[in-house]
Structures are given as C-alpha cells and as structure tokens.
Ligand binder design. Structure first.
Ligand code: GLN
Length: 273
C-alpha cells in the first residue's frame, strides 16, 4: 500500500488534520513528506498502526490522547487518559494568578487539583519561580511532575492527597485551582471526546457541581497568608454562586474574570483577616 492510498482510506472516515497526524505517528512522515513521498510503499505494520489509531479516534478518543501531547500557554504537555486535557479556557486562570503574583517578590503559590500540571507549569515558566502542586490521583501527579520538570528544568514540590490534606501547616500567597465542577447533567450532555476524560477530574459533586469548590473555599483560609488570594476556575453558570460562597466564607475583593470567549470563568477573592 502507498502513502496516498492510506491517506484516502483515512479521509473517508476522519478529518484531514487528524488523518495527517495519524499518518505521521504511524509512518514518521511529516505533512510535507506525506505529499512528496505519496507514492512510497508502506510496510504492513505502518498501515495497521494508522488504522488502529483511526479506530480509537472514531470511538471518541481525543487527538491529544492519541498523540500524547497538548499545547497550553505556549508550552508542550504530555497527556494520558489519567489527566484532563488542558483547555484554552484555563489560560484565564493562569493570567489571573500572574497578575497577583507580580505584586510579590517571591510568591508562594499552590496549584490544587493540578491534573496534568498545566497551571503550575505555565505559572512557574512565566514567573521563573517555583509553584507547588497536588492531586488526589497518583497517576495524574506523576504526569504533572514530569510536565513541570521538562518545561521548567526543576523538580516541583508535588504532593499526593485529597485537596489540602498534603499541605497541613503550610501557607501560600496564592492558591489556584481548576477542580472538577461539572454537574451530572452537564457531564451527560458533553460530547464523546469529554467522556473519554477521567470523570474524577470533571464531576464536581452536589446538584450544582460546586461540592468540591465549596470544600476548597471553606478549607482554604487556613492555607492562605493574610492578603493571600484564592483563584478558582468554574463554569460561567456557576460564577455568581461561586462568588457568593467566597463572600459567605469571609473573602474580600471578590472579582470574576472572563475567558477568551467572553464567558465568566475564574472567580477570585482575598483573605484579609
Ligand atoms: N471545562 C471543562 C469541561 O467543560 C471542565 C473542567 C473541570 O471540571 N475542571 O469539560
């Protein structure tokens, strides 16, 4: 079988960008060589691998899991099915944290529920200073630490445990978090690609999806320095409730930041007393 025949076969079922990426993984030919070498013969195992990857794609596996890579904040991240694929929306959370971090000479920052480590890594790379991270999933934390190390060249303070469990007695200037926050019904409405992601990283608990966010807000004052900031990503339909919870828990200077699509995405507040 020739390269052009394999390509034609794939294009009948998947879009051309995905087909090119799959052919690159299976054959090692980049986009240009897929054209200049279109008449080259493939070995059977290359065609078989391309078909296998296409089947995974057709079954709803996101391309990021097939390639094992996703770009976030201009940086490369390794991803597996143990972590949520970093989303452009979450860059808003990084921007909010960087805005606060620049007020400090040497801020102590925590990324809670770090997942792939994208938030901690993007902040650490932009600031050139360390960011601590934790997650309840051992597999996720291993990937997070690996992403942090490959992008920053330094090893993170990465701790395993539920929410603040690994941080007893520690205090931070900024706590950033993109915890699970989907409601059961939003989750059921999402497309196949999202269902391939770990539900542990998506479902927030309680009818309004804010179960985990409630726990984080009520526990966080004990882990924040005076004047410290808690910044939380949530769904735009939750921003108002999230701000109310922060107010009820005694936070000040509460504000909401919009993502690139203009949707309310990040709610943040300051612990003043
Ligand atoms: N924004 C994600 C989604 O809609 C959810 C991320 C999360 O729960 N932290 O799929």
């Amino acid at each position: 079988m020739r390269v052009r025949e394999l390509k034609r076969e794939l294009l009948e079922k998947i879009d051309s960008l995905d087909a090119r990426i799959i052919i690159r993984i299976a054959t090692g030919l980049d986009d240009i060589h897929q054209i200049t070498e279109a008449d080259a013969d493939l070995i059977d195992s290359e065609a078989a691998m391309a078909r296998k990857l296409m089947e995974r794609r057709l079954a709803g596996t996101p391309m990021a899991y097939i390639t094992g890579e996703k770009e976030f904040y201009g940086l490369p991240f390794h991803v597996t099915e143990d972590v949520l694929i970093p989303r452009p929306d979450t860059e808003t959370l990084v921007d909010v944290v960087l805005g606060y971090a620049r007020r400090y000479a040497d801020p102590r920052i925590l990324d809670l529920c770090t997942g792939s480590g994208a938030i901690a890594t993007a902040i650490a790379c932009s600031l050139g200073s360390p960011v601590a991270m934790s997650d309840i999933s051992e597999k996720a934390l291993a990937i997070a630490a690996c992403n942090y190390e490959s992008n920053t060249g330094t090893r993170p303070d990465a701790r395993l445990g539920s929410l603040f469990e690994p941080w007893a007695g520690e205090r931070f200037d900024i706590i950033a978090t993109n915890p699970p926050y989907l409601t059961q019904s939003w989750y059921e409405e999402t497309d196949k690609d999202v269902k391939a992601e770990p539900s542990l990283a998506l479902l927030g608990g309680d009818d309004d999806g804010l179960g985990i966010i409630r726990s984080i807000i009520s526990l966080s004052p004990e882990y924040l320095n005076e004047g410290g900031v808690l910044a939380i990503e949530c769904d735009y339909r939750q921003a108002e409730s999230c701000a109310r919870i922060l107010r009820n828990e005694g936070f000040s200077e509460i504000a909401v930041a919009k993502d690139a699509a203009g949707k309310e995405r990040v709610v943040h507040g300051t612990r003043l007393s």
